[in-house]
Design a protein around this ligand. Sequence first.
Ligand SMILES: Nc1ncnc2c1ncn2[C@@H]1O[C@H](COP(=O)(O)OP(=O)(O)OP(=O)(O)O)[C@@H](O)[C@H]1O
Ligand SMILES: [Mg+2]
Length: 253
Amino acid sequence: MKTIAIINLKGGVSKTTTAINMATLLAGRHRKRVLLFDNDPQGNASQFFNCYEEGKETCAAAEILRRESSPIRWEGHGLQVINANISLLAADNALRASAERQDNRIKEYLQSIEDKFDYCIIDNPPALLMCTINALCAADEVIVPVMLDNWAIDGVEMIAAQIEGLKSLNKKLKIAGILLTNYRKTDENEVAEKWLREHCRYRVFETKIRRSDKVTAATYYKEPLEKYSPRSAAAVTYRKFVNEYFQESGVQK
Ligand SMILES: Nc1ncnc2c1ncn2[C@@H]1O[C@H](COP(=O)(O)OP(=O)(O)OP(=O)(O)O)[C@@H](O)[C@H]1O
Ligand SMILES: [Mg+2]
């Protein structure tokens, strides 16, 4: 199983949209066994997969942090989901306050189910919680979605610094690349993109995810873009991105 963390400490940069569409493309188009791990107390990915349990005092992601056995894996759009809600925050705080080792809970869980999946995609919160550190300790690779604005590069540097700091806990961890999201072709964005590609010390994926009104609508109807609007610019570019990303891993296109 390959574990990919979608992460940026900045909010609203398309982490969840990328996790959902990447996971459903892998499961549907590429016929892979996929686990989508919602590691965000906001539970947006869980809402999308209809497994958001509002008001419930626990969730699968919290149970994993507490090392409880056999958390439920939900099903949706051809893949399985570890759900989250706000109770993940309480589990996170409790773990942070405990005297035990804190960084290896997600890693232990994923190791226990390693044979059941080909890919685990982890959607993360825009904050460095203990669950985020757990995700970074469990991941093989990180994808950093970035929206072009004045502070785009800051977001990359922030998460890169954290990853460097965690190298002693997870030697294999690497930044697979920076993914430009919600992209609109304007003169300003072309200049900003050129600057980023020249100055960023990490790979910036060739494919940019285009902005499209269909994204919000697809989320509203809880459908992957591939199903809701396969010809929309966002759907086309997500397909292209998954092909680009997985070319080296030999995933069938
Ligand atoms: N390609 C796109 N085109 C149009 N809208 C988009 C696109 N990608 C994301 N959005 C919209 O931008 C908003 C933020 O996206 P998303 O929730 O994926 O970001 P996030 O990084 O997960 O946010 P958070 O940090 O709160 O978890 C959503 O309303 C989403 O529908
Ligand atoms: Mg999100």
